[in-house]
Design a protein around this ligand. Structure first.
Ligand code: MRU
Length: 352
């Protein structure tokens, strides 16, 4: 594992590595009140779909520490906390997936004591974290046959340990290939406006010793044409039942460029990011964020005062542009509607 740990549970508190301050500073922030966890997710102290889910789960563990006389009272407090946490960010399905998993566990259990219910919520948060960790690792293994020796790979946003609390997803595909001696080179989209690629992915790849080059988002098509790219791999915030995939803004145009140049375009993510309740990507809510993220860089204005801005944080890549979806349960190829349904309805594999 890495030298840094983005999400920790330490003596009854949630500790987050403040991703807003990377790469300049490695600073951890402690939370002991569940009401502060939603704002931390919204302000992107922690970000990345699986990391958001794990953080929300520990937010529920904080809520479980609230004073309560009876099991029923604590159950009601947990439902309220879940409703608050859900509002933090709309696009990544992992947020509500993790909260629902905790609430379902709470509803199914029949503890006689308030403390037993508290223990159960924390155990479920730990189980969610452990599941994501195993999934991350397996995604890297499953993807190995897709990565040729010496591959040049374009990656968008940040999908490494910071985004998942563990090994990463799309970035894990690159790191696993590197560890397997495939001598890969990553082209890292800088990912405007929050620069998750330039600030976070480049930092993680440097820590891991993986050769990489940061490019501006608009350069990917040129790199495909002039330098040559073997594959693109990106993460996902929500995959609809038909394979349409919401991910960081700019993913869709990367997929279009990949199609134009005959480059395979892979989505990597855990099954916790697949939302079988949504028939298509058109139904995915797309987060819009404050204009200042676009109009300012590190506090300095870069547009004329009063400029109109649409800070659309995610886009949806239609399934038709996706070569395959790499999950911990295996690689899913088109037709996605049929093959995702088959995979999601199978029981969790005993190996995971
Ligand atoms: O706004 P962010 O930084 O939370 O967006 C993150 C992404 O779009 C990631 O690609 C996605 O969450 C997958 S992380 C493994």
């Amino acid at each position: 594992m890495e030298s840094y740990q983005p999400i920790q549970w330490v003596e009854g508190r949630l500790r987050l590595l403040d991703q807003r301050r990377l790469p300049a500073e490695v600073v951890y922030v402690d939370y002991d009140n569940d009401r502060d966890v939603g704002p931390a997710i919204r302000d992107m102290v922690v970000r990345g779909a699986p990391a958001i889910g794990i953080t929300a789960a520990y937010g529920m563990a904080l809520a479980a520490q609230l004073p309560a006389e009876t099991v029923e009272e604590l159950r009601a407090r947990l439902t309220e906390a879940g409703d608050r946490l859900r509002q933090a960010r709309p696009t990544a399905v992992n947020l509500s997936w993790a909260i629902d998993r905790i609430l379902n566990r709470v509803a199914a259990a029949d503890p006689q004591e308030v403390d037993a219910l508290r223990d159960l919520v924390l155990a479920e948060a730990d189980a969610i974290y452990e599941l994501e960790e195993r999934s991350n690792y397996q995604i890297g293994l499953n993807a190995l046959p897709l990565v040729p020796q010496g591959a040049r790979i374009v990656h968008h946003c940040n999908t490494g340990p910071l985004a998942t609390g563990a090994y990463g997803t799309a970035l894990r595909v690159i790191v696993a290939a590197h560890e397997a001696g495939k001598q890969v080179h990553a082209y890292v989209d800088e990912t405007r406006p929050r620069l998750q690629g330039a600030r976070l992915t480049a930092w993680e790849l440097k820590e891991l010793g993986v050769p990489h080059t940061v490019i501006v988002d608009g350069a990917a098509a040129h790199v495909m044409r002039r330098i040559g790219v073997n594959l693109c791999v990106v993460g996902c915030d929500r995959v609809a039942a038909n394979g349409d995939t919401a991910n960081k803004i700019g993913t869709y145009q990367l997929a279009l460029a990949a199609r134009a140049h005959g480059v395979p375009f892979y989505v990597a993510g855990p099954t916790s990011s697949i939302d079988m309740a949504l028939a298509s990507g058109d139904l995915i809510e797309i987060e819009e964020r404050p204009a200042e993220e676009v109009t300012h860089i590190q506090g300095c204005p870069i547009t004329p005062e009063g400029t109109s801005v649409a800070n659309i944080a995610f886009d949806v890549t239609p399934a038709a542009y996706i070569t395959a979806i790499i999950t911990e349960r295996g690689i899913v190829y088109p037709p996605f509607e049929e093959n995702l349904a088959r995979m999601m309805h199978e029981r969790d594999t005993a190996a995971l």
